[in-house]
Design a protein around this ligand. Sequence first.
Ligand code: 2BA
Length: 109
Amino acid sequence: MKLLVAIVQDADASRLSKALSKAGYSATKLASTGSFLREGNTTFLIGVEDQELAEVRGTIAEHCRTRTRLLTPSVPLSQAPDPFLAQALEVQVGGAVVFVLEAEDFFRI
Ligand code: 2BA
């Protein structure tokens, strides 16, 4: 059994949640924050059997889009010690960042 830890953009979280549920997978959503952009994202915990991994991976890929974010400079050009620091920075976010962990056991009490 595997435990997927999938970090997705908030904009994709609802559609992914519905798709997983429709396909019969249980998931837990945690509100999280990316350390680089310091923006909210959503972390899914999804427990799956080994043979279900490919389908869930496909569902995540289908519903999580890559987006471009433009980071505005934190210092104005006139005050920047290096002009590079005053440039807007373009970063690509997602589709999703997924960790696959081996789950030793699963039980409900
Ligand atoms: P953030 O940390 O807010 O990162 C957002 C995007 O910024 C990243 O997209 C990446 O394209 C870029 N980025 C991150 N750190 C950077 C850096 N030091 N220099 C330049 N660009 C940088 P994704 O890679 O798609 O990551 C989306 C979110 O997934 C991240 O949000 C973070 O919450 C999580 N994440 C990504 N890699 C992770 C890791 N190795 N461990 C834990 N969480 C991770």
